[in-house]
Design a protein around this ligand. Structure first.
Ligand code: GAR
Length: 208
């Protein structure tokens, strides 16, 4: 497969700064990074939806259904799958998508759904990572890119970036430092995916 034929979708729930970076690098160099076919959000008000549209990427709100706060209903998930298949997506990149996926979606794209999380997994999965890291007196933290399974931030690790925690860091300052690393590591991993360099079975986590 030629690099520029790799088709990505991005799932977002909020601000979309990682999404923005991924769109920018793929637009600058689709030969290396593949192309982003669509952005989907479970949040009608996500600023990311407008950002994507302004950057010329098709963006769509698909309701998560009313039953859960942290998952999609089966009916909603079927709509996500249908739309992703319609767009002939090779990889799905979660970029601040704050719901866990269920087997139906995961099995439709086996080892082809990737997430970024702002901690050195398996430590500090879930929410409020930066305050928990500071409260625990950690000296280092970072971000992780990993394959998605049906657990919370539990899939096989692809790459991590390390950030030092200073004595005077607040959750906001630490979040900013980690986000800078996220904005570098995610486009890098996107490039490796577009290049077919990351194979689930043989992959050993890298630190970048
Ligand atoms: C990022 O820090 C991302 O790692 C995190 O949400 C933020 C989204 O920011 N994701 C998770 O916590 C997933 N468990 P963004 O919308 O500006 O990219």
């Amino acid at each position: 497969m030629k690099n520029n034929q790799t088709r990505f979708a991005i799932l977002v729930s909020g601000r979309g700064s990682n999404m923005s970076r991924l769109i920018d690098v793929s637009k600058q160099d689709s030969d290396s990074h593949g192309s982003i076919q669509c952005v989907i959000s479970d949040n009608k008000k996500a600023p990311a939806l407008k950002t994507a549209r302004d950057k010329g990427i098709k963006s769509k709100y698909i309701s998560p259904g009313k039953k859960y706060r942290t998952r999609l209903t089966d009916k909603a998930q079927a709509k996500y799958i249908k739309y992703l298949k319609k767009n002939k997506v090779d990889y799905i990149l979660l970029a601040g998508f704050m719901r866990m996926l269920k087997p139906g979606l995961i099995d439709s794209f086996p080892n082809r759904i990737i997430n970024i999380h702002p901690s050195l997994l398996p430590a500090y999965s879930g929410l409020d990572t930066h305050s928990r890291v500071i409260d625990a007196g950690e000296k280092t933290t970072g971000c992780s890119v990993h394959f998605v399974d049906s657990g919370m931030d539990t899939g096989k690790l692809i790459a991590q970036s390390i950030v030092e925690v200073s004595n005077d860091d607040t959750p906001a300052s630490l979040g900013k430092k980690v986000l800078e690393k996220e904005h570098k590591i995610y486009p890098y991993i996107m490039k490796l995916l577009a290049d077919n360099k990351i194979e689930y079975e043989n992959w050993k986590m890298i630190v970048v």
